[in-house]
Design a protein around this ligand. Structure first.
Ligand code: SF4
Ligand code: SF4
Length: 99
């Protein structure tokens, strides 16, 4: 599989594959620049469990972190990597078919 821009120039997508929750500061910058709903902001409670931010457990949230929501929707634009201040994202280039 080859990838191209609108006018046919070669383009190598760089997909978001994971976010290090230990480094993420939950700033939300990556969420704002992504148009594909690949990530979602969640809370970590006192027990270290991930919880929804709109749940009744809001009082117990110790920290907010960005987590993967729909990784298959990523188009590999790299916008999220450019705005992350914590260097906590891992990206991987697209793999050509048969490689
Ligand atoms: S690389 Fe682009 S599409 Fe993929 S998660 Fe980051 S901002 Fe969203
Ligand atoms: S930009 Fe980086 S630090 Fe901020 S929420 Fe996204 S992954 Fe976490």
């Amino acid at each position: 599989m080859s990838f191209a821009t609108r006018d046919g120039r070669g383009w190598m997508p760089d997909y978001l594959v994971s976010i290090d929750s230990g480094k993420c500061i939950g700033c939300g910058r990556c969420f704002k620049v992504c148009g594909r709903h690949v990530m979602i902001l969640k809370g970590i409670n006192e027990e270290g469990d991930l919880v929804e931010l709109d749940s009744d457990e809001d009082d117990e949230i110790e920290k907010k972190v960005m987590v993967m929501n729909d990784e298959g929707a990523c188009i590999g634009c790299g916008a999220c990597a450019r705005v992350c201040p914590a260097n906590c994202q891992t990206h991987a280039p697209a793999v050509a078919e048969g490689a």
